[in-house]
Design a protein around this ligand. Structure first.
Ligand SMILES: Nc1ncnc2c1ncn2[C@@H]1O[C@H](COP(=O)(O)OP(=O)(O)OP(=O)(O)O)[C@@H](O)[C@H]1O
Ligand SMILES: [Mg+2]
Length: 366
C-alpha cells in the first residue's frame, strides 16, 4: 500500500521558481502521468518525491507520513530513468539481482525473484547477456525489471521510453500497461507525449511553468479541458481555438469566427451572461467540425484549403474569413483543395474560454 501526497510543494533553483504550490494525491495502486512541455518541472517533482532533490517548502507524505527527513534509499521508491543506466560489466541477470543482493537476500530467493520478474517482462532469454548486446527496448525492460524486483512501494518513471523509436514505444506502452495491471504498484510516470499519457494513465496531471493546470482522467482532460493551455496541449491535431463573438438576431444565435457565423443553440446567450465573460474564445476539436456535401440546417458553406490524409481519416483545413478551421472527416470526403462543402460546429463539442484568464467557462451545450 502506498499513497503519495504532495502538499504545497515549492521549489526554487536560486531565484528561479520551478515548482509553484503543487498539491496532488496519488492513490494506492494508481497510475498517474505527469504531462507537460520541456522545462515545466516534471523531473524536479519526481526527484523530490524520490528524495533526490530537496524541496524549498511544503510536505511530501507517503502513506500519510512525512518523508522529508528520510533518505532516498529509505523511501522504498524505485526510479526508472530515460537512459537505462545499467551496469555494463554485469549480465542482465546480475543487473536485475543487484538491488536484492544489496539487501543480503539468499541466492535461492534472488534466483526466484529475478525469475519472476524476467517472466513478467518476457526477458528470460536475455538473462545471460551483457547490456551491450541488447536493443534499446530490451535495455529498458531490464531497467524496469531492476526497479520492480524488490517490489517497491511506488515506482517513478521519468520518460522511460522517450529514447526508443515510435514502433518500440508503442510496444512498450502496452507492456507497461499490462505490467501495471498485473503488479499494481503506485506509479508516477513522466512524459511530454500526450498520446502516451492518454493511453497509460488512470489520471493525467497536466503541468505548465511549475503549476498544475488540471488533474483528471484521460477523458476528463480531453473532453473538459480546464483552460486554453490544457485544451491545446492535449489532442492531435490540436484543438481549433479562435476569438469569437456571440451574436443574436431574433431567435437565431451564432458564434462569429472572423465574420462568418456558425449556428448555436439559443441558451448560449443566457449561459454566457451568467458567466459574465465579455471576451471569449471558442475551442473546437477537429472532430467537432462537422461537414456535409449538402445544405442542411445549421451548416454554412466553406472552402477546403488543404487536405491531410491520415489513413483512417482526413484532416481538412477550411477557410473561415482569414482563419483556418480544421475538420476531421472520413477518408476522401473532400475531393480536392478548393472544393466547397457545408460545415457546422457541433455545439456539444464546442468549448468556451474566458480570453483574459484562459479558463474554461464550463459551458456545456447540447
Ligand atoms: N539543478 C538545477 N539547477 C538549476 N535549474 C534547474 C536544475 N534542474 C532543473 N532546473 C530548471 O528547472 C526547470 C524545471 O526542470 P525539469 O528538469 O524539472 O523540467 P522537465 O519538465 O523535466 O523538462 P524536460 O521535459 O525537458 O525533461 C527548468 O527550467 C530547468 O532549467
Ligand atoms: Mg525531465
Amino acid at each position: 500500500m502506498a499513497e503519495i501526497e504532495l502538499r504545497h510543494i515549492q521549489k526554487y533553483f536560486g531565484a528561479v521558481h520551478v515548482i509553484r504550490d503543487v498539491n496532488l494525491t496519488v492513490r494506492d495502486k494508481e497510475f498517474v502521468v505527469l504531462l507537460g512541455p520541456s522545462g515545466c518541472g516534471k523531473t524536479t517533482t519526481l526527484r523530490a518525491i524520490a528524495g533526490l532533490e530537496e524541496i524549498s517548502s511544503g510536505d511530501i507524505l507517503i502513506d500519510g507520513k512525512p518523508v522529508q527527513n528520510l533518505h532516498a534509499s529509505d523511501r522504498d521508491i524505485a526510479f526508472v530513468f530515460q537512459l537505462y543506466a545499467l551496469y555494463p560489466h554485469l549480465s542482465v541477470y546480475e543487473n536485475i539481482a543487484f538491488p536484492l543482493r544489496a539487501t543480503g537476500m539468499s541466492n535461492a530467493e534472488v534466483t526466484r525473484s529475478v525469475g519472476d520478474i524476467a517472466d513478467a517482462l518476457a526477458i528470460n532469454h536475455l538473462l545471460r547477456l551483457k547490456p551491450s548486446a541488447l536493443s534499446g527496448g530490451d535495455m529498458q525492460r531490464v531497467a524496469i525489471g531492476r526497479a520492480l524486483v524488490r517490489r517497491p512501494k511506488a515506482l517513478l518513471l521519468d520518460e522511460p521510453i522517450g529514447a526508443l523509436d515510435a514502433k518500440l514505444r508503442e510496444d512498450m506502452r502496452v507492456e507497461l500497461k499490462r505490467l501495471h495491471l498485473e503488479n499494481g504498484s503506485t506509479s508516477i510516470y513522466v512524459t511530454h507525449d500526450q498520446v502516451e499519457a492518454m493511453s497509460l494513465a488512470d489520471r493525467i496531471v497536466v503541468m505548465h511553468d511549475g503549476i498544475l493546470q488540471q488533474v483528471g482522467t484521460p477523458s476528463e482532460v480531453y473532453q473538459n479541458p480546464a483552460n486554453l493551455f490544457v485544451a491545446q496541449f492535449i489532442g492531435s491535431p490540436v484543438m481549433n481555438v479562435t476569438e469569437a463573438a456571440v451574436t443574436q438576431s431574433g431567435d437565431d444565435v451564432a458564434v462569429d469566427v472572423d465574420g462568418e457565423s456558425f449556428a448555436m443553440p439559443r441558451e448560449l446567450v443566457g449561459l454566457l451572461q451568467q458567466k459574465g465573460a465579455d471576451q471569449i474564445a471558442l475551442g473546437v476539436r477537429p472532430e467537432g467540425v462537422l461537414l456535409s456535401h449538402d445544405q442542411q440546417p445549421g451548416y454554412r458553406p466553406v472552402e477546403a484549403h488543404l487536405i491531410q490524409p491520415y489513413g483512417p481519416f482526413d484532416i481538412i483545413d477550411l477557410k473561415v474569413g482569414n482563419q483556418v478551421l480544421r475538420a476531421r472527416t472520413q477518408t476522401g470526403f473532400v475531393g480536392k483543395p478548393g472544393d466547397r462543402v457545408w460545415a457546422r460546429i457541433d455545439p456539444a463539442q464546442a468549448h468556451f474560454f474566458d480570453t483574459r484568464s484562459g479558463n474554461s467557462l464550463g459551458i456545456e451545450l447540447k
